[in-house]
Design a protein around this ligand. Sequence first.
Ligand SMILES: [Zn+2]
Length: 279
Amino acid sequence: MNLGRWHLDLISAGTFALDGGAMFGIVPKPLWEKKIPADDKNRIPLDTRCMLLRDGQRTVLVDCGMGAQWSDKERDIYRIEGHLDASLAAAGVAAAAITDLVLTHLHFDHAGDVARLDASGIARLTFANARVHVGRRAWEHAHAPNERDRGSFRAQCWAPLDGPERDRVVLVEDAGGRANILPELEALVCEGHTTGQLLPLAGARDQRALYGADMVPTRAHVPVPWHMGYDLRPVVVMEEKRRLVELCAAERITLVHEHDTSFPTSSIVRSPKGELVPA
Ligand SMILES: [Zn+2]
């Protein structure tokens, strides 16, 4: 997909699974399981789909999946399968060629592969030459989580950024719900799911894509009340999602689903009943 100056590829960093009830909050199971069936442990399959943006100078990766720092027990609990390396290789991109890593937020299924352990057990940056863009407030929140979301952060995933590689971090400032990251790559900034989440918006004019991250993780999450039980501020999620879905419809922006194993993107259109629905 061409988005203004950028060529976009959507690449998978592997799949995992989470409790379907937690993924759909107050929506009853008889409704959500028609959209995404659960396994015998009530888990639904989820992708970790990244945006790979190239303009001939920069190679930008948006989010990086779960990474490799998981025990066998955790792999079983989260049904972790696959990895970013195969997808990057298929796209012809070496990890060292990534110039910019943009993290929507620091939850483990988005920032899990910032660092890997080397043969001596020392954490090294996976993308050795990349600057790491993260919202200032998301960064601060990840370093002081609350009891409710502490389990979603694993500091070992980004350990070098707290130590010797701190100068790699670009803290993205926001104002009025928007932030600028790179040319033709801005972000909508959302507070409902977690503090200061960046939703990258790439391209120009009629060639734009919005990365839905954890605001619209799957196509089933397009309806406003269908949001995750993990969200810190549910009412704020609904207000923000209404605005971003309306924006996608009005300005014909392609919506990218990070976690949907079946539908990588949606267009948002108005149904005969007047509702905004995915197509
Ligand atoms: Zn999240």
